[in-house]
Design a protein around this ligand. Structure first.
Ligand code: 5AD
Ligand code: SF4
Length: 446
């Protein structure tokens, strides 16, 4: 690779989960510190960061096709500098370097604070890879937050020790770590100062967060939420993603007692069949999962439930799949993500007997999604007539129209003279499958 000039503009393309979105924002902040600016919409960037996801096959393929698109027919001088970051970088760093000569930097999710120095090397004509995994070092090395939108992510926990047999996360993101309480309090205050009114606490297994509060007491996620709630100007707290094994009484109680904690719980179940759950190495059964949800509902009766599902896990029979449809009906999810099983190299399930043919997976996914869609629509219809706060996130399609989120994370649009970041009291008037229309009741709480 030849030496080149320092890029003037960048674009960060994040795939996959919300943690990747957070990481992408932080990398953008690092680049901005180096004087590199975001490329204007519609214009090519001098540096493209492909912040990848490895959780399912297509995402990795997409990275290679993106690299191809960025470099097609271009000499090195004309093509953008490319950095591949995120979980594909962690899992396939060497392969990317070998397969894609146009890539100058491969940076794992725990090493992206080193992006600026790797960029200097790339400018000098040297390709480099860093997939080390000292997670706290990364957070300490990142610049101060400069978020300006009304909603912000805050990574509080990373990594996962659960080792579900289908999942690459324990390999790509490493072991569970919790960021220290004080660091999180400081970052949350900075985010609110910079305009955030809603903070979503992020972690691959966020409910496993633990730390020491100001008095030196060991606290879990509920303790952190209670410590953040008094921050002036912070109106809403959310968290994601949780594992049923780490949901404790304190967190359930917080849902009933902390007003700023939104009535929404994303709790993946993956399957409704106990044999499949066991082979997945999930530590819950369908029954224990349902009992857990009952406890959340007792604490917060209007709580909206969301989940993740996998169809076609190796060995899944038709009857076992139908148990998943049953749990969907039993819970009545407000929202959900559902996926076809995708064998991930190096995970135990990838070599299990009974891999399910693609056509069967397609058919099961379609049935599951139509059931989930019905429940989502029903949940939205049940919300009609309610009055709630809507945090305005962006303009709608028509003039005077605004779009924001209800406490239950539904998209709500309405007409008013509000502005982004307002929390507007809205009556929900009409439900669609994916959003609701509302009418503002009072002037915005600005
Ligand atoms: N195949 C399909 N879906 C997967 N997920 C994780 N690994 C796989 C896989 N190998 C899904 C799970 C998880 C969500 C983030 O992605 O449902 O909760
Ligand atoms: Fe993956 Fe399971 Fe950990 Fe979730 S809990 S990140 S599915 S291993």
């Amino acid at each position: 690779m030849k030496p080149t000039t320092t890029p003037k503009t960048y674009r960060v393309k994040s795939f996959g989960c919300q943690m990747n979105v957070y990481d992408g924002e932080r990398m953008a902040e690092l680049l901005a510190e180096k004087g590199i600016m975001p490329a204007p919409d519609g214009e090519d960037a001098d540096l493209v960061v492909l912040n990848t996801c490895h959780i399912r096959e297509k995402a990795a393929e997409k990275v290679y096709s993106d690299i191809g698109r960025l470099t097609k027919g271009k000499t090195q001088a004309k093509a953008p500098m490319i950095a591949v970051t995120g979980c594909v970088a962690q899992a396939e760093g060497e392969e990317i370097m070998a397969r894609a000569p146009a890539v100058s930097m491969v940076v794992g999710p725990q090493a992206y604070h080193r992006l600026p120095e790797m960029l200097d090397k790339a400018v000098a004509g040297e390709r480099s890879t860093d997939t080390d995994m000292p997670p706290i070092a990364k957070f300490d090395a990142l610049p101060a937050r400069r978020k300006i939108g009304p909603t912000a992510f805050l990574t509080v926990q990373e990594g996962c020790d659960k080792f579900c047999t289908y999942c690459v996360v324990p390999y790509t993101r490493g072991a569970e770590i919790s960021r220290p309480f004080n660091d999180l309090l400081t970052e949350a205050l900075k985010l609110v100062e910079a305009g955030a009114r809603e903070i979503t606490l992020l972690g691959q297994n966020v409910s496993a967060w633990s730390g020491e509060d100001e008095k030196g007491h060991r606290v879990g996620l509920a303790g952190l939420i209670r410590a953040l709630a008094p921050i002036d100007g912070l109106e809403r707290i959310r968290y994601t993603t949780s594992h049923p094994a780490d949901m404790d009484d304190a967190l359930i109680a917080a849902h009933g007692e902390v007003d700023k904690l939104m009535p929404y719980l994303h709790l993946p179940v993956q399957s409704g069949n106990d044999r499949v759950l066991k082979t997945m190495n999930r530590s819950h059964t369908a029954e224990s999962y349902l009992r857990l949800l009952e406890r959340f509902r007792a604490a917060r009766p209007d709580i909206a439930l969301s989940g993740d599902f996998i169809v076609g896990f190796p060995g899944e029979t038709e009857a076992e799949f139908e148990d998943t449809l049953k749990i969907v009906d039993a819970v009545g999810y407000a929202h959900a993500f559902s996926f076809k099983y995708s064998p991930r190299p190096g995970t135990p399930a990838a070599t299990m007997d009974g891999q399910v043919p693609k056509e069967i997976m397609d058919e099961r996914l379609q049935r599951l999604q139509s059931a989930l869609g019905r429940h989502q629509f029903a949940f939205n219809q049940d919300s009609v007539g309610k009055t709630c706060g809507v945090l305005v996130e962006r303009k709608g399609k028509l003039p005077g129209q605004w779009l924001g989120k209800s406490p239950w994370l539904q998209s709500v649009w309405f007409e008013s003279d509000a502005k982004i970041g307002d929390l507007v009291e809205v009556e929900l008037l009409e439900a669609g499958p994916n959003s609701l229309a509302g009418r503002p009741l009072a002037p915005a709480l600005t």
